[in-house]
Design a protein around this ligand. Structure first.
Ligand SMILES: Nc1ncnc2c1ncn2[C@@H]1O[C@H](COP(=O)(O)OP(=O)(O)OP(=O)(O)O)[C@@H](O)[C@H]1O
Ligand SMILES: [Mg+2]
Length: 264
């Protein structure tokens, strides 16, 4: 009888220790999951904060660009249009002066015609800068061809352009984003990269529109803070994000630049 109760006590003890071991293991597991979950949540919050900072920086650069653009347009209007129209207005009043000789009348009229012509040319140029008419009239591909032609005519750079995409020419806003991206890339390749050969290629890969831009210039370290102070590259980033796309930049000093971006 005694030995049976001893065995029972041993059994209860064993069950108790096993339960205790399971319980401790369970507790350790819960604590492990709790802390690793906390770490993951913390990492996610940090990632979200970084994304918010990045979006804020992009928005800021858009606002700065808009402000610069407004200033430039205001300056152009003031210097190239208003000042000319002022002189036209003065000349028109002069025409009212009594007893003007025929020669004086001709001189004043010629002045008015000349200045009006210049003001007209300038207003056309300002409008052209805001929205290149070729984009509206003939579409994005023609606009890019015209841009490429402008660079090729300088003979300092050779730009090759290939396109196998049918752009939606009704979507002027999106087309203008793509056009401005290429304008800035070309500008940078010539200004900073001193590139002599540039290639622009639009292709479709797995239903995604892709643009591959390559120059053979001096290249640069994109991660270097000094190269992130300009507005050009940041504008390109925000335009690609407006287009619902992503981009990669591959470049090292003396190895040219390769930029690939996709868009919907
Ligand atoms: N194709 C390139 N080849 C060599 N360096 C480049 C090229 N593109 C950009 N960079 C470097 O990256 C920097 C940032 O370019 P970004 O266009 O943002 O500014 P920026 O051209 O200096 O000024 P902004 O475009 O605002 O007038 C440039 O100053 C240049 O050093
Ligand atoms: Mg630039």
């Amino acid at each position: 009888m005694n030995s049976i109760s001893l065995e029972n006590t041993e059994l209860i003890k064993a069950v108790f220790f096993i339960l205790l071991a399971f319980l401790s293991m369970f507790l350790v597991l819960i604590l492990f999951f709790y802390f690793s979950r906390k770490k993951i949540v913390k990492q996610e919050i940090e990632k979200k904060n970084l994304e918010i900072d990045y979006q804020r920086a992009l928005l800021n650069s858009i606002l700065i660009t808009q402000e610069n653009e407004r200033q430039r347009i205001a300056q152009d209007l003031h210097d190239d249009i208003s000042s000319k129209l002022n002189v036209v207005s003065l000349n028109s009043y002069l025409l009212k002066t009594p007893n003007l000789s025929e020669a004086e009348q001709t001189e004043i009229t010629n002045n008015i015609i000349d200045l009006t012509q210049k003001a007209l040319e300038n207003s056309r140029r300002i409008a052209h800068d805001l929205l290149p008419p070729v984009l509206e009239k003939f579409g994005l591909s023609a606009g890019i061809e015209e841009l490429v032609e402008e660079y090729n005519s300088t003979k300092a750079t050779k730009v090759n352009y290939k396109n196998s995409i049918l752009f939606n020419d009704a979507d002027i806003d999106r087309n203008l984003h793509i056009f401005r991206i290429l304008q800035e890339l070309l500008n940078n390749s010539v200004k900073h990269g001193k590139a002599s050969l540039i290639s622009i290629e639009f292709t479709t890969l797995e239903h995604q529109n892709m643009c591959t831009y390559i120059d053979n210039g001096v290249g640069f370290d994109y991660l270097d803070e000094d190269n992130r102070k300009g507005l050009g590259m940041r504008n390109i980033e925000s335009r690609i994000s407006f287009l619902g796309g992503k981009y990669t930049i591959t470049s090292k000093p003396n190895e040219g630049v390769k930029i690939v971006f996709n868009f919907v």
